[in-house]
Design a protein around this ligand. Structure first.
Ligand code: DGY
Length: 327
């Protein structure tokens, strides 16, 4: 079976594929044009897919009829049209759990960085602008006992809630499709409506899966209902926020700060006015960027492809219905 891996990943995953006797193709240069990427896909049976630059939509599936499975090197699968994949019996793998700690660490880091204006102050030092001791300049806020609102309390959201609860005794409220009994029991988390979440959170952190209906969910009218000391954190997908509205909410002091590991678009333009604000910290989508998480992701993606090659169900499947619908 021919497997196209569109960028280098940790060797552990590549070794597994090779040891399983699969033919692995890795392009010599990594910045493939869309046309080059399509040609690789057209000549492969499986893709181990890194990044979300190219979409797996109807056009893709129409043009790449050889592709029999896609193993994503991510937990998120918003760049795949799952209905199309299902209609063509294509199992789509993802990498849940293994990156929950790393990604929630980034949400936790952003929360503290914004609360204490760390990136702004670091930039001042780099600019040779340490400044005199000033009792009133660029003061942060403490997180002890504050309310953390989680939108999407799955695995990553739970990790973020647990860390914040333990470190700062934060009160946890959440809004989710389903109740999370574990979080209610272990962290005394309270389920609230979306309106209550935005109105009551001192820190609001997004950990939900992104769907097109949620585009710009955080817009002018939502920011206007948030607390003036609120910190907005997004490590999920940039599509959740309207960045123009976010900028206006920050400069008009409707909310206090924002920490983003994801932007819309990605990469963020370096001219983005958000980057000018001392109340903002932006990271370049590094949620899963640890040796441990990225190695684990490589192994899971390889396991998915190897299972498929043996005619087995893939173990980490984003569209398990593909099996029941066709059985
Ligand atoms: C994920 O795994 O979904 C990360 O956001 C990387 O895309």
């Amino acid at each position: 079976m021919k497997v196209f891996v569109n960028k280098r990943i940790p060797e552990a995953g590549l070794d597994m594929l090779k040891e399983a006797g699969l033919e692995v193709f890795i392009p010599e240069h990594e910045n493939l044009s869309h046309e080059e990427w399509l040609i690789y896909c057209q000549n492969s049976d499986a893709i181990l897919s890194i990044g979300a630059e190219f979409k797996y939509d109807r056009d893709f599936f129409d043009q790449c009829t050889n592709i029999k499975t896609i193993a994503l090197y991510s937990v998120g699968f918003d760049h795949v049209d799952i209905k199309e994949a299902n209609s063509r019996n294509i199992p789509v793998g993802n990498t849940p759990d293994v990156l929950s700690k790393a990604t929630s660490d980034i949400a936790f880091l952003l929360m503290q960085s914004v609360a204490r204006r760390a990136s702004y102050n670091f930039q001042k030092v780099k600019d040779g602008n340490w400044g005199d001791f000033d009792p009133l300049h660029a003061l942060g806020q403490e997180l002890y006992g504050k309310t953390l609102g989680i939108l999407g309390l799955g695995r990553i959201g739970f990790e973020m809630a647990e860390k914040s609860h333990k470190a700062f005794d934060m009160k946890i409220i959440y809004h989710n499709r389903n109740r999370n009994e574990e979080a209610e029991k272990k962290l005394n988390a309270t389920y609230v409506s979306f309106e209550e979440l935005i109105e009551q959170s001192d820190v609001l952190s997004i950990h939900a899966n992104f769907t097109p209906e949620q585009k710009d969910l955080f817009n002018k009218s939502v920011f206007a209902k948030m607390k003036s000391n609120a910190i907005f954190i997004n490590t999920a997908r940039g599509g959740f926020q309207n960045e123009k509205d976010l900028y206006e909410a920050l400069v008009s002091k409707q909310i206090w700060g924002a920490g983003l590991d994801v932007t819309n678009p990605e990469p963020m333009f370096k001219e983005s006015p958000l980057l000018e604000l001392s109340s903002v910290c932006v990271l370049p989508h590094i949620g899963s960027a640890t040796i441990e998480a990225r190695t684990g992701m490589a192994k899971m993606a390889a396991e998915n492809i190897i299972a498929f090659s043996k005619g087995e169900k893939i173990p980490y499947c984003a569209n398990p219905e593909v099996y029941s619908e066709n059985s």
